[in-house]
Design a protein. Sequence first.
Length: 508
Amino acid sequence: MKLTNIVKITLLSILLCSSMIVAQVSAGGTPPSLTYALDRAAVPVEVLPEIDVEPLIAEDEAAPKDEPPRFGYSFAVSYDLENSGQWQELPDGGRLWRLALTAPGAIAINLIYNRYHLPEGGRFFLYNEDYSYVLGAFTDFNNKEHGEFATAPVPGETITLEYYEPAGVTGSEIAISNVIHDYRDIFGFGDRNYGDSGSCNNNVNCPVGEPWANEIRGAAMVLLAGGTRWCSGSLVNNARQDLTQYFLTANHCLTSNTNTWIILFNYQSPGCNNQNGSVSDYVQGTTLRATNSASDFALLELTETIPEDYNVFFSGWSALDTPPQAPVCIHHPSGDIKKISFDYDAGISDGWNFNDGSHWRIAEWDDGTTEPGSSGSPLFDSNHRIVGQLHGGQASCSYNFNDYYGKFAWSWDHGNNASNRLKDWLDPDDTGILTLDGIDSIPIEYTLGDVNSDNEINVLDVVLVVNFILNLQEPDPAQTLAADLNEDGIINVLDVISLINMIVNTQR
């Protein structure tokens, strides 16, 4: 190879790597085809049929608000490492498999996999035509027990899949069951102005959102229905405060297999004005834990560990059947960047089909609204605790009345077992608590017994614990952990006795 070509390839690699976008939970890195400057013209291409977008949009516009909005059209396919694409031997003894997919007119393409299992050392990438947008490397870390997988939208009507298999390795499985043609530009890759929702909505990073900065970090968008639709939802704390990755959304968002759901955090404008936000903070895969149509709730547990640098928040909640004062909603209306809405009055006890007390009704939004895609979004009371999730309603910027949220209090214990109520998951030790504040995803630092964090264990700590037991004072998350001396998930007189014994033994 001529020196000038080597220099060109090196410079190209540096420039491309500096502009690559690596999204979802992945190992990063550079696709080997770029490292080895392999010819892309030789990559086999599978071309999907064209779609007529206008009838799809007409169907979307006629859909009710409580139906998760659609952004993509799904083609059932059967592409895998054996029947599609092309293998190529590499100088290091490994092999490279590549396949290109074209969906004419697509703004972006995302994929569903009915089989995904990579051996150690295997690396899987997806990218657009000029390598400016790269997903991966996905590795054995992304293997799931159920063997399914999903990848987020990649911009453009042509994407390339690339899998590196190390020398001497066998057992690789990548099988694509669905190719989704994004015709609505769900992530703003085209000419969207990031104001697709009504103009009355507030971006979360406007001044009105500042008091809700924590709860904003817990709210997220969900890609579901086999990668074709979306809803909203939020991470929720549990009584053990152990950062179990529980996620609350709406029952009516359960339109398909939750194994292939993608949860997108931090999709919001960096400022108050409408401008695109990051679409890189994903986790893939959820397990359904509980659901109930009466209050329209669904509780799921995220499969992949949320990276620490996503800086998420596990929101608190209230299972008290008390009308929420000045309720607030955080959501993704019309697939837009994250918004926040305010009602300055109290929520009204109501129902979905009739007034059975299963829902909170927002009579009128005073600042902001909700729209299709807001389904499943959390409703907070003035104490910043979730009291419900959006079922549906009539509200919009032009008619801002009557939204209905399934009550958290109803969802708490109206089912008859763990599969249809919240309490078994969010209070697994049956402590009896009915309210809980939120917690940061960063592990809490505390010293058992040092309840006031003054680096001493003494009578002042005993006084604090007694105050907690008598409900004279509310513990923060660190105090809750420090005060639970016997670590049974409950703060009671047994902890006071343990704390006194600790003090006495220290002073001997």
